[in-house]
Design a protein around this ligand. Sequence first.
Ligand SMILES: O=C(CO)[C@@H](O)[C@H](O)[C@H](O)[C@H](O)COP(=O)(O)O
Ligand SMILES: [Zn+2]
Length: 196
Amino acid sequence: MDLIERVNGHFLESIAAKQEAMELLSPAVALAAERMVTCLMNEGKILACGNGGSAADAQHFAAEMLGRFEKERPGLAAISLATDTSALTAIGNDYDFDMIFSKQVRALGHTNDLLLAISTSGNSANVIEAIYAAHERGMGVIALTGKDGGKISEILSPEDIQLNVPVLRTARIQEVHILLVHALCDAIDYMLLGGE
Ligand SMILES: O=C(CO)[C@@H](O)[C@H](O)[C@H](O)[C@H](O)COP(=O)(O)O
Ligand SMILES: [Zn+2]
């Protein structure tokens, strides 16, 4: 296979993953966006976490909420728990890497807040611990997962929302996850500001 064919393969696989996700997930994405707006209108905030590429997604989401997405509006309350290197290294070093998000959730989380938990495998221990901590705090959870949803599928509460991308390749799951992040930002802005 030459390189161009290989690149084409990525595009085609990504398109197929997105098509499948659209058919499966659009109503749940709309529900998740409604849940986020309710949270924000009730003085709540959204805490986001994930590892590696999903840490970047958590940070990306928080930046678009705090700053703006496509339309001018006041900043919206969101914090990436994957971004403060001092907190992450201190908690990882002094306690355990599995606690890097949950300790922040316990410190910052309140009942009206939501956790946006991102894991392509659904099995990252620190994301799972963050979900347990969010439940302890009475927070709702919106989980972006992949593959078979992993352990996260088993520990979510019935009121939580799971947006699972049922494909095997991590890169493809991440590409759908970032689309979901943008779709959530767009739906939030649409509900708050109206327009096209
Ligand atoms: O971006 C990638 C792979 O595309 C990696 O950095 C990936 O995010 C890391 O291996 C993560 O640790 C995977 O964690 P998870 O998605 O299974 O929770
Ligand atoms: Zn990646």
